[in-house]
Design a protein around this ligand. Sequence first.
Ligand code: DAH
Length: 349
Amino acid sequence: MIKEELEKLKKEVLEFVEEIRKNSQDSIGEIKKKINDIKVKVFGKSGSITTMSKGMKDISPEERPKVGALINEVKNAISDKLTSLEKECEERELNEKLENERIDISEPSKGVVKGALHPISDVIDRLTDICVSLGFSVVEGPEIESDYYNFEAMNIPKNHPSRDMQDTFFINDNILLRSQTSAVQAREMEVRKPPFKIICPGKTYRNDSDSTHSPVFHQMEGLVVDENISMADLKVMLTTLMKRLFGEDTTIRFRPSFFPFTEPSIEVDVSCPTCHGAGCSQCKGTGMLELLGAGIVNPKVLEMSGIDSKKYRGFAFGFGLDRTAMILNSIGNIRNLYKNDIRFLEQMK
Ligand code: DAH
């Protein structure tokens, strides 16, 4: 009797599952609900299998093992069937999800908003690239500097009139914000053995502010120390540097000048890259732009830093990077370099 009942139950459930399977219009939610209903009907508290198991106690001890085995067999067959249907359901669910969330990788992208280098970083990058290709090493020095390295070791003793040209921010009598990258010269000469070639791009500070001067600005210092250095070496080096930076057709002019740390000293002008020497607003009609100071290192400076001036000579140069960035990008007011106005920087792309 119970055997027939079990067979009937098994048949019914298996048929029902097949029907669900065939009925592909059902949503996954609906199928899951149907599976759950069957589970409750068969295995629930008052489900058919549960009731039959409870009824085992009324069966004679001889029959009991057989009936028990049969219940188990039907129970397993039903659960296997339901589990495989559940698996199919999960697979279908995953496939539907993948299909719905499919990404079309051939679709054109929205584009990435690209930034640009700040004009001063760009100038520093360009100049260091050129100088490194000419054999220079790049060094750094402190921006909070001692009076000794910024002035005295550069042959500018206390009370020297040339200090007036560099309106310096003093922190106390001996500590200041460096007013020139020349301060790295003595630091490097103290620790290096000639021959050497160094450049030092970096920030410098002076109490000065108008359309072409900013209290914070940038310079790049260059120093070469070797035997038999002459003005010719300096001239070739600067001509190469300027032509690589502003273009091969640039003309260069050397004018005699004075700096306490070089003897002789020169100032270097380049033909205006905007008008190529014809005269325009950028060069104030002169066709030339004043760009840097340079010279043969004063033997006193070498000696103060422990370099034998009988054996070695040097040349040095220093120039303003803000001015260079302004010339290269036709920027009229130095303040634009420090305002970080995104509309201005966007134009540098
Ligand atoms: N330090 C100088 C200035 O700030 C620039 C300069 C001139 C640097 C001549 C040098 C040099 O190395 O040789 O005005």
